[in-house]
Design a binder for this molecule. Structure first.
Ligand code: GLU
Ligand code: MG
Length: 456
C-alpha cells in the first residue's frame, strides 16, 4: 500500500524559538529530537515534548561525555577516558532542523543536529561537529579559503527482484521508495541531485547539491537517517554497510571538495597545469595523500571497511591523485562547458576512501586539516596521473592500509594527524574502533559483514 505523506510542517532552516501558530495547533509533531552523531557514525540524542521547543532551542538538553565511547555494536569501549562523571549540553543548530513527517501510523518528529558543549555553553573540544567547525575556521584564518563540499552515498535495498545495473527496471522496482525519498529530501531542504540505480545488487546512489562543508556534513548525517526511516516505514531492508559480499562492489561515500577565496572565486582550477589542478589544489591534495593511511582511520573506520578499499572495485585502489580515474584515492572530477558552463566553478577533488560508517563531521574535518597541512607545510608535490594512465604505470603507488587495525596503527603513528585532536577524542576513537574489532574477533569476513550491515 502506498501511504501519501503529508507536507512537512517545518520549512528548512527554520529557527527554533517561539512556536508558530501552526505549531501551536496539533499540526506539529509531538516531539523534538536533538541529536549528535558519534564515532560509530550513530545518531544518538534525546526527545523533548514539542511544547519545550523554545526552551530546548535556547539551552539545549543534557548529554553525557562517555556516550562518545559507545561502540557501533552497543557496549561502551573499555578504558573510556571520560569515566562516569561530567555533563554536557546538546545545543541544537537551528539551520539543521528538519521534519520527518507523519506517515500512516508513524508519528512525525522534528529533528535537530546539535553541538555538544560544556554545561556553561563553552565548546566541548571532543565534539565531532566542533572539530569540523574549528578545522574550517583555521583554514579560513590561515589561508582565507572556504570549502565547498558535497557527499555522495551508495546503499543497498533488500527484497527487490533481480535487476540489471543502472536499469530503469531497478529504478521502477524500488518505487515508490525512490520518489518518496526525493520528495522527502526536497521538503527537508537537502537538495537532492541524482537518484540512481547503481551497479551492485539492489544498490542505489543518492547525491545532494554542494554547500558549505558544514552543510554537506550535516546533510550526510540527516540523509542516512531519512533513508533508513523511510525504508523502515516501507518495510524495505536497507544498509549503508561498506561491503555486502567480499567479492562484490562496495557502498562508497565520496566526498567532493573545492576551495573558494574570500571573494567566492574558485581556486582549484588552472587550465595550464597538469590535470588542470592549480598550485593551491596540488598543495591541498599533497597533505591528504601524505596523511592518507591515518585519515582512513576516520573516513573508513569499520572492521569491514578495508574489504572495500582494494583495487578493481572502483572504490580506492591506491594512494594516488588522478584525472577522472575511479580507482584513485583523489579523483579530479570532469567538468562540462555545455550551456556555457564555467569549468572553474565545477572543478573539484573527490576523496573516495570513505564509507557510511564514518562520522561525516570528522571525515570532512580530517580532510580539511590534512589539506591545510599541505597548504602551509612542506610536502612533496604530487603526481597528477593523466586519464590515459595504464594500470601497470601505477604499480608503485602506495597502497592504503589493508585493515582497520593497520589504519589505527597508522593514526597512532602519525604525530601531525594526532596533533589535530583533543587527546581524549583521539584516545576514544582508537578505543572504540579497537573494541569494535575485538567484538567481531573470530568471525569470518561474511559474518563480520553481516554484523556491520545490521548496524548501518
Ligand atoms: N561502489 C564504488 C565504491 O565503493 C563507487 C562506484 C562509483 O564510482 O560510483 O566506492
Ligand atoms: Mg556510485
Amino acid at each position: 500500500m502506498t501511504v501519501t505523506m503529508p507536507p512537512t510542517t517545518c520549512p528548512p532552516h527554520t529557527r527554533p524559538g517561539r512556536p508558530t501558530q501552526q505549531e501551536q495547533s496539533m499540526d506539529h509533531p509531538a516531539t523534538v529530537f536533538v541529536a549528535t552523531c558519534d564515532l560509530a557514525g550513530q545518531v544518538r540524542g534525546r526527545a523533548v515534548p514539542f511544547s519545550d521547543h523554545a526552551s530546548v532551542a535556547r539551552t539545549g538538553t543534557g548529554w553525557v561525555p562517555a556516550n562518545l565511547a559507545i561502540s557501533a555494536f552497543g557496549p561502551i569501549a573499555p578504558d573510556n577516558v571520560f569515566g562516569s562523571v561530567g555533563d554536557l549540553r546538546l545545543i541544537p543548530d537551528p539551520a539543521t532542523g528538519i521534519d520527518i513527517p507523519a506517515d500512516g501510523v508513524h508519528p512525525g518528529v522534528r529533528l535537530y543536529l546539535a553541538d555538544q558543549t560544556l554545561p556553561d555553553g563553552e565548546p566541548w573540544t571532543c565534539c565531532p561537529r566542533t572539530f569540523l567547525r574549528d578545522a574550517l575556521e583555521d583554514l579560513r584564518r590561515r589561508t582565507g579559503l572556504e570549502v565547498v563540499a558535497s557527499i555522495e552515498h551508495e546503499f543497498a535495498l533488500g527484497g527487490l527482484p533481480d535487476s540489471r545495473p543502472f536499469s530503469l527496471r531497478r529504478f521502477r522496482d524500488a518505487e515508490p521508495f525512490g520518489s518518496d525519498l526525493v520528495r522527502l529530501l526536497e521538503q527537508a531542504g537537502l537538495e537532492p541531485e541524482n537518484w540512481l540505480p547503481e551497479y551492485g545488487d539492489g544498490q542505489f546512489e543518492i547525491t545532494l547539491r554542494p554547500g558549505t562543508a558544514l552543510e554537506a556534513a550535516d546533510r550526510a548525517v540527516l540523509l542516512k537517517e531519512l533513508v533508513r526511516d523511510l525504508a523502515r516505514r516501507r518495510r524495505l531492508p536497507v544498509t549503508f554497510a561498506p561491503i555486502l559480499d567480499p567479492a562484490g562492489v562496495g557502498n562508497g561515500v565520496h566526498l567532493h571538495l573545492s576551495l573558494r577565496d574570500v571573494d567566492g572565486h574558485p581556486v582549484l582550477f588552472d587550465p595550464v597545469r597538469p590535470g588542470r589542478l592549480s598550485a593551491t589544489g596540488s598543495q591541498f591534495a599533497a597533505g591528504i595523500l601524505h596523511h592518507a593511511p591515518a585519515l582512513t582511520a576516520w573516513t573508513a573506520p569499520s572492521p569491514v571497511s578495508f574489504l572495500r578499499l582494494t583495487p578493481h572495485r572502483w572504490s580506492a585502489g591506491g594512494v594516488f591523485l588522478a584525472e577522472a580515474n575511479r580507482e584513485a584515492l583523489l579523483r579530479i572530477c570532469p567538468t562540462t562547458r555545455i550551456g556555457g558552463s564555467d569549468p572553474a566553478g565545477q572543478f573539484n577533488l573527490e576523496f573516495r576512501a570513505a564509507d557510511a560508517t564514518a562520522n561525516p563531521w570528522l571525515a570532512l574535518g580530517v580532510l580539511v586539516r590534512a589539506g591545510l597541512e599541505g597548504l602551509t607545510g612542506d610536502y612533496q608535490k604530487p603526481t597528477v596521473w593523466p586519464e590515459d594512465t595504464k594500470e601497470s604505470d601505477l604499480a608503485d603507488v602506495p597502497t592504503l592500509p589493508a585493515s582497520l587495525e593497520e589504519a589505527l596503527d597508522a593514526l597512532e603513528a602519525d604525530e601531525v594527524v594526532g596533533s589535530w585532536f583533543d587527546p581524549r577524542l583521539l584516545t576514544t576513537q582508537l578505543a572504540v574502533k579497537r573494541s569494535e574489532l575485538a567484538q567481531l574477533e573470530g568471525l569470518d569476513d561474511l559474518a563480520r559483514i553481516r554484523k556491520v550491515s545490521d548496524v548501518y
